[in-house]
Structure formats: structure tokens, C-alpha cells
Design a protein around this ligand. Structure first.
Ligand code: ATP
Ligand code: MG
Length: 158
């Protein structure tokens, strides 16, 4: 097995699901291989506690409490992990490789994917050519950004 740590960036799109199938096809026969199915939550998608806490009439006022804020972030990460686990269940078949679902917060999906590659010794990225965004050409902005920012091989899947 040439690739031991394969990252499948997962945005819940059909393209990303196809990428997961390809990654499992490549690694499935190797128990020592690991496929990481990872969703990046961009920091901009999180609620902004300072703004929410300023408005006493806003029913979300309690978000100003950092403890509540952490709980919301944790539940978003948990939801993303659960969705990735669902995709894994649907795709794993008889693959014997290790498969893990993960979710991280980062400044952008591209940043999060690049950081994950560095931190987890990823040696191949298998990702969708497009994602959940509107179709405008061949390659989505996240695929394009990842191709530019990581030094490991990247395989894009339609
Ligand atoms: P755009 O987002 O530029 O409108 P798009 O959604 O069609 O375009 P991309 O976002 O580039 O295309 O998605 C391509 C692939 O990138 C997806 O199939 C998935 O593998 C990965 N990806 C995109 N967003 C994320 C994310 N937030 N977390 C993890 N992987 C992602
Ligand atoms: Mg997208």
C-alpha cells in the first residue's frame, strides 16, 4: 500500500461521497491504511457571541456566555462528525482499512484541510471536484485552493 493516510475532505456533497468511494477502493484491502473523513467548519459559520450578547432583546442572549458558546460549537462539530460517520457506513462495504470521521474549525475550508494534512501525516488527499456550491465551471474554490496549498498528491473525483 503506497498511501497510508488518506484524507477525504467531506462537505456532505455527492462529489465528496464519490471521493470517499474512491479512497475506500484504494485503501480498503489494507488494514494498516487509514482513511480520514473530515469536515471543516469555517470560523465565519459560527455564531458571533459579542454581537449576540449586545442585544438584550435577542432570545439568543445567553450565547454571550462562553460556556454556552462552547456547547454550540461542540454540537456543530458533533453533528458534522455524525454525518461523516453516516457516509462511512454507507460506503465501507467490506473494507478492512481503518476509517475515522472527524470535524475541525478553521479560518477557511482550505486552511483547515491544509492544517489537517500537516498535523496527521496525510500522504494523499482524495476530494470532490465540486461540492455543495452552485456549479460554475469545472473546479470548486476549495479543490482549487487545496491543489495550490498542499504538497502531497491530490486526486479530484467527479
Ligand atoms: P464553491 O464552494 O467554490 O462554491 P463547490 O462547493 O462546488 O464550489 P468546493 O467547495 O471546491 O466546490 O468542493 C470541492 C470538494 O472540496 C468537495 O467535494 C469536498 O471534498 C471538499 N470540501 C468543500 N468544502 C469542504 C468543507 N467545508 N469541509 C471539508 N471538505 C470540503
Ligand atoms: Mg463548496
Amino acid at each position: 500500500m503506497f498511501f497510508k493516510n488518506i484524507l477525504v475532505p467531506y462537505d456532505e456533497s455527492d462529489h465528496a461521497r464519490s471521493a470517499l468511494h474512491v479512497a475506500l477502493g484504494m485503501a480498503g484491502a489494507y488494514p494498516e491504511a487509514k482513511v480520514h473523513v473530515v469536515t471543516v467548519i469555517p470560523a465565519g459559520a459560527l455564531p458571533t457571541p459579542s454581537l449576540i450578547g449586545d442585544d438584550a432583546l435577542n432570545p439568543s442572549y445567553a450565547l454571550g456566555d462562553p460556556y454556552t458558546y462552547d456547547k454550540i460549537v461542540e454540537s456543530m462539530l458533533h453533528r458534522a462528525r455524525t454525518n461523516a460517520e453516516g457516509a462511512i457506513k454507507g460506503a465501507k462495504d467490506d473494507a478492512v482499512c481503518q476509517v475515522v470521521a472527524d470535524a475541525v474549525v478553521a479560518s477557511s475550508p482550505v486552511e483547515g484541510i491544509a492544517e489537517y494534512v500537516e498535523q496527521h501525516g496525510i500522504d494523499l488527499v482524495v476530494m470532490g471536484r465540486r461540492g455543495l456550491g452552485a456549479l460554475r465551471g469545472m473546479l470548486g474554490s476549495v479543490s482549487f485552493g487545496v491543489l495550490r496549498s498542499v504538497s502531497v498528491p491530490v486526486l479530484t473525483v467527479k
